[in-house]
Design a protein around this ligand. Sequence first.
Ligand code: NAP
Ligand code: BLA
Length: 323
Amino acid sequence: MVIQVGLIGTGYAAQKRAESLASDPRGQLVAVAGRVPQRVETFAQSHGADAVNDWSAILANQAIDLIIIATSNALHGPIVEAALNANKQVVVEYPLSLNLHQAEALVQLAKTKQRLLHVEHIERLGGLHRTTQAHLPHIGRPRYVNYRTINPKHPAPQKWSYDLSQAGFPFISALSRVHRLINLLGPVSQVFCQSRFEIDSEESYYSSCLCSAQLIFQNGTIAEITYGKGDQFWTYSRRMEIQGTQGSLIFDRDQGTLTTEKGTIALEVPPRKGLFAQDTQQVLDFLTTGQPLYIKPEESLYALKVADALRRSSESGQPVRIV
Ligand code: NAP
Ligand code: BLA
């Protein structure tokens, strides 16, 4: 059985999906949809697939079993809904939807339709997460987390990922940050968030954003997450620190340390590559053998609920309880 796949999007994630399918005989890329005819034509040709200019044509194709949605965030929810209603199996890059209520309805719809709804969270497969999971038991009870990603861009790009209406609130767009901590620390009881956007009134794009959040977990851990990108930053930073009752874990880019009463040891973090391929393989495993995937859509949905609470806190200036 070869699974016939339709791909929506032609960017980085879409390219990785197409490459992954090409190297696995269980899946075949049949058609690709994108907005720009020349771009989608070039992409489709290089992967031996048909090019279409409208994603609804992919859903209408009866020969296609699986839809992979790798386009900009604002389109995810509407396309997932249409794909499930067309009885397709569905893979979507995070976030599932920019609208929490729609996301909840989509998880329900997939159950009713008995279709796969897989929301990719490749950060779970990555070296930072696996190394953290392996060493978390060595630091006792986590008490404090500081997680910061800062990405300076000069000049700031005028692209979808710098546009609130296309990408969504930054912690929704960069849902991996919130989801990673929830997977490590469990459910959240309360959040607070402040954000700043530099935005020219003539444009819909911002040139920089800064989001600074505090999450209180039900287990008592206090986590601070900082996310910044654009032209008001000057030094790249990707750092996660976890202080526990028996030790600490600190990751700075791909260099980690574990400190306990026995001393400090270095931890190597494997590079961030091959993750879309692993995710795609697991989808094909599930569809061909029923082997469970590494994540359930409910986990992504819960992270979205917390990220949406961060958005509301940022808009109201008030802490928000998660109920
Ligand atoms: P990208 O390289 O910037 O590509 C943008 C994608 O969105 C293209 O597929 C593009 O396809 C489509 N698109 C639709 N409307 C657009 C618009 N108005 N402007 C620009 N592009 C538009 O982005 P990406 O990194 O592949 O991200 C795609 C999705 O994957 C996002 O949901 C992102 O959150 C998710 N994701 C990405 C990564 C990663 O490592 N890059 C990791 C995890 C999740 P057409 O122009 O052909 O329509
Ligand atoms: C996540 N990377 C993302 C996301 C976007 C990009 C839009 C989803 C939103 C987010 O979590 O922030 C976009 N990443 C980029 C772009 C570059 C980049 C444009 O590094 C430009 C170089 N993604 C890549 C590349 C790598 C990569 C080249 O495009 C690594 C070699 C990895 N991106 C990567 C991983 C994630 C991610 C592993 C998951 C998020 C995480 O680990 O926290």
